[in-house]
Write a protein that binds this ligand. Structure first.
Ligand SMILES: C[S@@+](CC[C@H](N)C(=O)[O-])C[C@H]1O[C@@H](n2cnc3c(N)ncnc32)[C@H](O)[C@@H]1O
Length: 487
């Protein structure tokens, strides 16, 4: 992280918000020790945990001694203050407290910010409401405030979870960030568990470098690097046009992170597709049955005698087909039909079901199945809350539309694109809404081919059908099915 800064000045003001014991600042000082010129270094750090303050002080004092021994000048200030509340006037840049001339602005900001969800009514969330939609996470407040505290041309390097790159909750923040800073580098750790293992964060984590000089558009390319683990062994680098990374769709912006040339080729191929679900008049909703809330209406088995219908869980989705009799882990297979469950049940129509979660071990993120009215001998059905369903906003999806959409979502191609968009094992409806899809005619053509050839198993046959109809290079499909080894 320290190596990412471009040291161009003789006087450097650096900020480390949420400094802990000061490891990141120490890494920066080590970097300064290895450069040829003498610098005047001013370090400001923020840390609220009083227990770590003595260690922070020791680390910064050691840095000062070591740097001054080599002829540099060092001043450090430890603020035992809430970083957000103490600096929020930088974000607002208005009001009596704002006095631009006397505010310290920073050349560099380095941070591994805290990660937790403050209450929506907390003073920090209220003060920075402009970047909050839904459930905020404190790390985005650290990022937005830090960006506001950088000098023109200043640089910030943050290590954070990847969650802000997509999804509804970070919509406002992404808009704000992309408007106010220019991202120049993204590093992604391929192992999801190793980096924040103690915190049990099952997220991919990224290091992001951004400059607040958005006019600095000299760099039309962004550097993406990947490493397998925290040792940065086997570091891979890729230069990618900014437009491939920052994607605007449906009035929203997303940050996509392709990690190979093959991923970039997939982005290009899919970006050409003209539609989204909404354009075709289709919607996506979440299954209405939350088992613990509907417990009294759930039945262990589906029986002829009980007035009940199948309850479909993720485990009932077997590739493209639905095995409604399949039972797992004593989960209830049926839901009663009565006046209390009417709002929970769906009339049986043609639907695409889509799992909302994949496990860490699973290779694929997207798993879609088809529920076809003609093959499902019930009038209503319960869809469990871990399953999303795609429907036609007005009317019923045709069989070919249903099979077409499910087939497209089940391809390795779309799964690969989805991974560039989302680092989470969760499949958000928002991300699916923004997925580029082919014309409705091509969706139907794919559906017809899949339905008539009964290609219900995921894999290269399905990929080839979809690729042929929408005109994706067969080599891309072949490479994807070889695990990207021929790229
Ligand atoms: C993820 S740790 C990172 C520590 C250190 N930078 C590192 O990389 O090892 C985040 C730190 O932020 C501190 N912190 C949490 N909330 C804070 C706040 N509102 N203002 C300042 N520091 C805060 C925590 O006490 C913790 O030490």
């Amino acid at each position: 992280m320290a190596n990412l800064f471009e040291i161009r000045y003789d006087t450097i003001c650096i900020l480390d918000p949420g400094a802990g014991t000061g490891v990141l600042t120490a890494a920066f000082c080590e970097r300064v020790l290895n450069i040829n010129k003498k610098v005047n270094l001013i370090i400001d750090v923020y840390e609220t945990d009083s227990d770590v303050l003595p260690f922070l002080e020791m680390v910064l004092e050691s840095c000062k001694i070591e740097l001054e021994r080599k002829g540099h000048a060092v001043e450090y200030n430890i603020y035992n203050q809430d970083f957000i509340l103490h600096n929020v006037m930088y974000f607002k840049k208005s009001g009596l407290l704002w006095d631009a001339e006397n505010r310290v602005m920073y050349d560099f900001i380095i941070s591994n910010p805290p990660y937790y969800k403050p209450n929506k009514d907390s003073p920090q969330s209220v003060a920075m409401a402009e970047v909050i939609s839904g459930q905020p996470n404190i790390y985005i407040l650290f990022m937005a405030l830090s960006a506001s505290m950088a000098k023109p041309g200043g640089e910030m390097v943050f290590i954070t979870p990847r969650s802000f790159c997509s999804g509804l909750y970070y919509k406002k923040f992404r808009k704000w960030l992309l408007h106010n800073v220019q991202i120049t580098d993204i590093h992604i750790f391929e192992s999801r568990t190793e980096i924040f293992d103690k915190d049990e964060i099952l997220q991919e984590n990224i290091i992001i470098k951004a400059s607040n000089d958005i006019r600095k558009s000299g760099r039309e390319k962004l550097t993406i690097s990947t490493s397998k683990n925290r040792d940065f062994n086997e570091l891979k680098r890729l230069e990618v046009p900014r437009s491939d990374i920052i994607c605007n769709k449906n009035g929203e912006s997303f940050i996509r992170i392709p990690t190979s040339r093959l991923d970039v080729n997939v982005l290009h191929a899919i970006d050409k597709l003209p539609n989204t679900l909404k354009d075709m008049g289709f919607g996506i909703s979440t299954g209405h049955v939350v088992p613990f809330r509907a417990k009294q209406y759930l039945l262990p088995e589906l029986t002829e005698t009980s007035n009940s219908v199948p309850l479909l869980w993720m485990h009932n989705m077997q590739d493209m087909a639905i095995a409604w009799h399949l039972k797992r882990n004593k989960k209830e297979s049926a839901i009663q039909v009565c006046s209390k469950t009417t709002p929970l049940l769906l009339p049986v129509n043609n639907y695409v079901l889509l799992k909302r979660f994949s496990s860490k071990e699973q290779k694929r993120r997207l798993h879609a199945s088809v529920l076809l009215e003609a093959k499902f001998p019930y009038k209503t059905v319960g869809i469990e809350n871990h399953v999303n369903y795609i429907h036609k906003s007005h009317g019923n999806l045709s069989v070919h539309e249903t099979c077409g959409i499910a087939a497209i979502l089940n391809t390795t191609i779309v799964d690969n694109l989805f991974r560039s968009l989302n680092g989470n094992t969760q499949v958000n409806a928002t991300d699916i809404r923004s997925l580029p899809l082919p014309t409705i005619e091509d969706v139907r053509k794919i559906g017809k081919l899949v339905y008539e050839s009964k290609t219900y198993k995921n894999g290269s046959d399905l990929d080839n059908i979809v690729a042929a109809v929408i005109g994706i290079d067969a080599k891309i499909v072949e490479n994807l099915n070889n695990g990207g080894t021929n790229q």
